[in-house]
Design a protein around this ligand. Structure first.
Ligand SMILES: Cc1cc2nc3c(=O)[nH]c(=O)nc-3n(C[C@H](O)[C@H](O)[C@H](O)COP(=O)(O)OP(=O)(O)OC[C@H]3O[C@@H](n4cnc5c(N)ncnc54)[C@H](O)[C@@H]3O)c2cc1C
Length: 508
């Protein structure tokens, strides 16, 4: 690749956002709406559409999300972005309450008083039937046995290590793993408590019962942050008319209206630093961009010089791009493990489902058996109950998830085999008497980053290593949370970092 032609350098700084998932789109939004001079922004997305894991499709005459279908209302980032985009009137709350878990051969309602999968009250837990009698007694010991103040404990442990020790194996396997592990398609015995449930670490350090600690009413500071009692109750999750993927679609439209260039079907293959004493980053692209300042390369690709870049791509891709510039950050990102999941979207005749569908769906613990073998399905969403706008007389839309960290069986199965095996399990759980009338299989390879014990330290080291690379920042699900709000927050924070370090290097 040749040198950057400094004669063509535009007045406005140019920033590339690599990756057009929700984190990348949020970064671009922050770059064009945030404080300070507005740079020229290019979003470069390898796939043929932006949105990443926010994707929907037409299915059985409706628009259905194929991955993320809701975002947490309690965290502000996604609701605030919806507000900025004028989408608040389109927010839709979940239409059903409660969920069940497959345990001891049947679906059982989740007990009242769960705090992210950890029981805070013993009686509803014991009555739920999710645990055996001995499992309930084991959990109850938490209320009786003295637990010393552990303030000297190490900062991070696996969620499972804490829960197994304090509440027993059954609580860890039948509640914490499906609920906390499920958010990452991971397992509680590997996931960092500090990164996924910091309150659990705090509660475990204190004296007395873990359940009581986690069930404590909010502190005055937390209460101040909550809406006043007169405010209408806020739902736990939101989606949008047109599906959760509409958030990414509307954001992309708003970006184009603000002059952001969005390029799809073009991957960033490498990044280099060029230009002598006025150095810029040069992105080597897999295809050609029809914009000024781009040079065509002999292999048919092109080179785009930029002043800053947000790498909003999954960990492994970020590792590859950062390799020549920070071996440390690249190594840390490269060692991040991922879980793959497959989503089966199914339509059934309503009369074919004999069981009552209560709540939004059910979860299947990884230790469960269905039809005499280790269950393949990890969860089931009653789509047309959870989202009433998807309901039509005469049918029922169901979504099944298969595959999680440590269970790669779906990788070795064809789509038809997966549908057959998963619907057989569903038929056994919900007494379904016919095959689906329509089905869609969506495989999400290496979709969920696994946050191991020590994850937050690793992330701090990654950010610290990258801080020496002017105008470069990373964003996305690999760092501070996999949920949509966390990814939006990370994209916006990365945009701030890029602006700040670009300004620092351009000032005399
Ligand atoms: C099945 C499933 C269900 C989920 N459900 C929920 C849910 O209900 N609620 C929730 O909050 N979260 C949910 N999540 C998690 C959430 O959707 C994701 O963590 C989040 O969308 C990730 O956003 P991102 O921008 O970090 O990454 P991505 O969406 O992965 O975007 C990264 C983008 O970078 C592109 N890219 C990669 N390499 C390059 C390159 N070299 N050059 C250019 N582009 C590149 C990719 O093509 C991709 O589009 C779910 C995830 C999955 C898979």
């Amino acid at each position: 690749m040749g040198q950057v032609d400094r004669g063509t350098r535009a007045q406005r700084p140019v920033v590339a956002v690599v990756g057009g998932g929700i984190a990348g789109l949020a970064a671009a939004w922050e770059l064009v709406t945030g404080p300070g001079p507005t740079p020229t922004v290019h979003v470069i997305e390898a796939g043929n559409q932006v949105g990443g894991k926010l994707r929907s499709t037409e299915f059985a005459g409706r628009t259905v999300d194929l991955a993320a279908d809701a975002f947490l209302a309690r965290r502000p980032e996604a609701t605030q972005l919806s507000e900025e985009l004028g989408l608040t009137p389109r927010l839709i709350p979940v239409g059903a309450t409660g969920a069940t878990v497959w345990s001891r051969g049947k679906l059982r309602s989740m007990p009242q008083g769960l705090n992210l999968g950890i029981p805070t009250r013993w009686l509803p837990l014991a009555r739920s039937g999710i645990l055996s009698a001995s499992g309930s007694l084991r959990a109850g010991l938490d209320l009786l046995l003295p637990h010393a103040n552990q303030s000297t404990q190490v900062d991070d442990r696996a969620v499972g290590q804490i829960v197994r020790r304090r509440l027993g194996d059954q609580v860890a396997e039948r509640l914490a793993d499906p609920l906390i592990g499920g958010i990452h398609a991971g397992g509680v015995d590997h996931l960092s408590a500090a990164a996924t449930f910091p309150l659990l670490v705090t509660a475990d350090r204190q004296r007395g019962s873990l359940m009581r600690r986690l069930g404590r009413p909010p502190t005055p500071a937390q209460q101040l942050a909550s809406p006043p009692p007169s405010a209408p109750p806020s739902p736990l999750f939101w989606s949008l008319e047109g599906g959760t993927a509409a958030l990414a679609e509307e954001l992309a439209t708003a970006l184009v209206e603000r002059g952001v260039h969005i390029h799809t079907g073009v991957a960033v293959e490498s990044i280099s630093r060029q230009g002598g004493d006025q150095e810029r980053w040069v992105l080597a692209l897999s295809g050609h961009l029809h914009v000024a300042d781009v040079r065509t390369l002999p292999d048919g690709g092109s080179a785009l010089p930029v002043d800053g870049a947000v790498l909003a791509v999954p960990g492994r891709q970020a590792s590859g791009l950062l390799g020549p510039h920070s071996m440390r950050a690249s190594g840390l990102l490269g060692s991040l493990d991922y879980a793959s999941v497959t989503v089966l979207t199914l339509a059934f005749p309503a009369e074919a489902i004999r069981s009552n569908l209560t709540g939004t769906g059910f979860l299947v613990p990884r230790t469960s058996e269905i039809l005499g073998h280790r269950a393949l399905i990890t969860g089931c969403t009653y789509l047309s109950r959870k989202w009433p706008h998807l309901a039509r007389p005469g049918d029922e839309l169901i979504r099944l998830s298969v595959g999680r960290y440590g269970d790669t069986r779906p990788d070795g199965m064809s789509d038809d085999e997966l549908v057959a095996a998963a619907t057989a399990e569903l038929a056994s759980v919900l007494s379904v008497t016919s095959q689906p009338t329509e089905s869609r299989v969506t495989r999400w390879h290496s979709a969920f980053p696994q946050y191991p014990v020590g994850h937050l330290t690793r992330v701090a080291q990654i950010h610290e290593s990258i801080s020496s690379l002017p105008g470069l920042a990373v964003a996305g699900a690999a760092y501070h949370g996999v949920g949509i709000p966390a990814c939006i927050g990370s994209g916006r924070a990365a945009a701030h970092d890029v602006r700040r370090t670009m300004a620092a290097t351009s000032s005399p």
